[in-house]
Design a binder for this molecule. Structure first.
Ligand code: GAR
Length: 193
C-alpha cells in the first residue's frame, strides 16, 4: 500500500509508521510527505529517509486549509501514486476538495478516545475534565471535527500527578503502536476485496 503523510509538527507518528515498515511488520511504502509548516520536523525526518516531501502553501492562513491548497495537495498525492492518506499531527481540517479526491482513503490519529475530546490538545482537555482514562484513536476522516468512523482505539490511564507532558507522552506511546496497526488492518481489508 502506497502512503502519503500530511503533518504539521514533529512527525513521531510518521516515524512509527516508517519503523514498522523497516521492521517488516507493515507492508507499505511512504511515497510523499507534505506539511503546511515549512519548519516542521516531519519534513526533516522525510528528507533523512530519502522520502519526497514538500510544503503546502496555505497563503498565510493560520488554521484554514484553502480550497486551492487542498486541490494542489490532492494532485501531488495522486501524482505520487498515493492510495491511503495518513494525517499525522496535521492541524488543519480537511474538507471536500481533498476528501472527494480520496473517498474513504484518508485516516487520522487523535490523542483521545473519540468521540470524547475532539479538537485541539485533547490530552489537556482530558486532564481538565478529571477523567480517570483517555486514549488514542485512529479514524477515517470526514467533514466533521474528528467525527469519522473509528478504525482502532485504545485506552490510556490518567495517573495521579500527570502533567500535560506526561499524559501526552503516555498517549503517544499508544499512538505509535496503533497507527501502524490500523494501516495494516486497512491493507488487509483492501487485499480481501
Ligand atoms: C499526536 O499526538 C496526534 O495525535 C496529535 O498531534 C500529535 C502529533 O505528534 N493530533 C491531533 O491532535 C489532531 N487533532 P507527531 O507530530 O509527533 O506525530
Amino acid at each position: 500500500m502506497t502512503l502519503g503523510i500530511l503533518g504539521s509538527g514533529s512527525g513521531s507518528n510518521m516515524q512509527a509508521i516508517l519503523d514498522a515498515i523497516a521492521s517488516g511488520t507493515l507492508d507499505a511504502r511512504v511515497a510523499l510527505v507534505l506539511s503546511d509548516n515549512p519548519d516542521a520536523y516531519i519534513l526533516e525526518r522525510a528528507r533523512s529517509h530519502g522520502i519526497e516531501s514538500g510544503v503546502i502553501d496555505c497563503h498565510g492562513f493560520r488554521t484554514k486549509f484553502p480550497g486551492d491548497a487542498q486541490r494542489e495537495t490532492a494532485n501531488r498525492l495522486k501524482a505520487a501514486g498515493v492510495e491511503l492518506v495518513c494525517l499525522a499531527g496535521f492541524m488543519r481540517m480537511v474538507k471536500r476538495p481533498l476528501l472527494e479526491a480520496f473517498p474513504g482513503r484518508i485516516i487520522n490519529i487523535h490523542p483521545a478516545l473519540l468521540p470524547a475530546f475532539p479538537g485541539l490538545e485533547a490530552w489537556k482537555q482530558a486532564l481538565d475534565a478529571g477523567v480517570p482514562e483517555t486514549g488514542a484513536t485512529v479514524h477515517y476522516v470526514d467533514e466533521g471535527m474528528d467525527t469519522g468512523p473509528v478504525i482502532l482505539q485504545e485506552t490510556v490511564p490518567v495517573l495521579h500527578g500527570d502533567t500535560t507532558e506526561t499524559l501526552h507522552a503516555r498517549i503517544q506511546k499508544v499512538e505509535h503502536r496503533i497507527y501502524p496497526a490500523a494501516i495494516r488492518l486497512i491493507a488487509a481489508r483492501s487485499a480481501v476485496r
